[in-house]
Design a protein around this ligand. Structure first.
Ligand code: NAD
Ligand code: IPM
Ligand code: MN
Length: 351
């Protein structure tokens, strides 16, 4: 078993370090190799996703990814910006299904941005499409004849892209409470009408799953009003990005939400995937030892479960994180005072 470790920028290396300490403590015999990605890779090599980094990811059973993003790179041409590294990995490795679970941990109900009795019901999974949508359409910028600046980004989905993520959504629903909510904007967008039509077609293959459709603006409202109504939510790349950050604050902090990005490729022990917290490089707190590493630790647990076939070890990590939170070891993001390594120590002590 071999994993690629791509810590990246900002708090990426800080939170990745804690996840690696947890993996080390379990002594699972996993080989690992680290590589540069994002702004760190740009500064060292002139490219945010060097060919060697992509090759390492491809040759591994799974990738543990920290975060990318560096304010010093914000003025670079788009293809050189750190964010292109994560987009490039998702696309090049055909990781089209992004699983973002959001569950309120026992004892953390009062730390949600919602009322405790509303927050306590949250246990949902966002299945976000990751290879299409406005993220990967043609984009451009020009100055018009009248001297006005204009920018555009083409939003598109084809039916095979929608079909494969719909299957991922239905299969996820079959493994949970057999309810699937497909979120779109079919009242306005052609991409969303196609999305809805294809999801309805795929639904015929899953008669045991109850399918519901919801417009994204309503879904954002419903996630705050009564998040307990959702189980599996399947949605496009952009809507899934926005709704998952929203869901993180319903849970309590973006520092708690992990993710798995999966495709079709099988490894010897499971499905190849990339695992990362849903948050970014958090330049505002980088280098201060304040980041909550739990989202990355939980992402490492997802890696063990999905790519390495080590479900027991994954369960142990998740239980240790839950215990740490229940014991009141909270970072600044949750109103506590524990720093990054202190949280890592507390999780290790409970493994
Ligand atoms: P962000 O997620 O980095 O930070 C948003 C807010 O949440 C900040 O106040 C930050 O301090 C806080 N936060 C995030 N993670 C935290 C943690 N683990 N513990 C405690 N607090 C945490 O989003 P942003 O500020 O919009 O973006 C910063 C950079 O990260 C940008 O360059 C952006 O493009 C990039 N980004 C990268 C990824 C990724 O690598 N997958 C994801 C999102 C954003
Ligand atoms: C995420 C991030 C990325 C996205 C950015 C950094 C490209 O926000 O992983 O959620 O939009 O997918
Ligand atoms: Mn995001």
């Amino acid at each position: 078993m071999k994993i690629a470790v791509l810590p990246g920028d900002g708090i990426g290396p800080e939170v990745t370090r804690e996840a690696l300490r947890v993996l080390d403590a379990l002594d699972l015999g996993i080989e690992r190799e680290e590589a540069l990605v994002g702004g760190a890779a740009y500064h060292a090599t002139g490219h945010p996703l060097p060919p060697a980094t992509l090759a390492l990811a491809e040759a591994s059973d799974g990738v543990l990814f920290g975060a990318v993003g560096d304010p010093a790179c914000d003025a670079l041409e788009r293809h050189l910006r750190p964010e292109q590294a994560i987009l490039g990995l998702r696309k090049a490795l055909t990781l089209f299904a992004n699983l973002r679970p959001a569950k309120v941990f026992a004892g953390l109900e009062s730390h949600s941005a919602l009322r405790p009795e509303v927050a306590g019901a949250i246990d949902l999974l966002i299945v976000r499409e990751l290879n299409g949508d406005v993220y990967f359409g043609e984009k451009g910028f020009r100055t018009t004849a009248s001297g006005e600046r204009e920018g555009w980004d083409m939003m598109s989905y084809n039916e095979s892209e929608v079909r494969r993520i719909a299957h991922a959504g239905f299969r996820a629903a079959q493994g949970r409470s057999k309810r699937l909510c497909s979120v779109d904007k079919a009242n306005v967008l052609e991409t969303s009408q196609l999305w809805r039509d294809v999801v309805i077609e795929v639904a015929r293959e899953y008669p045991d799953v109850a399918l519901e459709h919801m417009y994204v603006d309503n879904a954002a409202m419903q996630l705050v009003k009564s998040p307990g109504q959702f189980d599996v939510v399947v949605t496009g790349n952009l809507f899934g990005d926005i709704l998952s950050d929203l869901a993180s604050m319903c849970v309590g902090s973006i520092g708690l939400l992990a993710s798995a990005s999966l495709g079709a490729r099988q490894t010897a022990h499971g499905t190849f995937g990339l695992y990362e917290p849903i948050h970014g490089s958090a330049p505002d707190i980088a280098g201060k030892g304040l980041a909550n590493p739990m989202a990355t630790i939980l992402s490492a647990a997802m890696l063990l479960r999905h790519s390495l076939g080590l479900a027991d070890a994954a369960d142990r990590i998740e239980a240790a994180v839950a215990r740490t939170l229940a014991d009141g070891v909270l970072g600044r993001d949750l109103g506590g005072s524990a720093g990054t390594t202190e949280i890592g120590d507390a999780v290790l002590a409970r493994l």
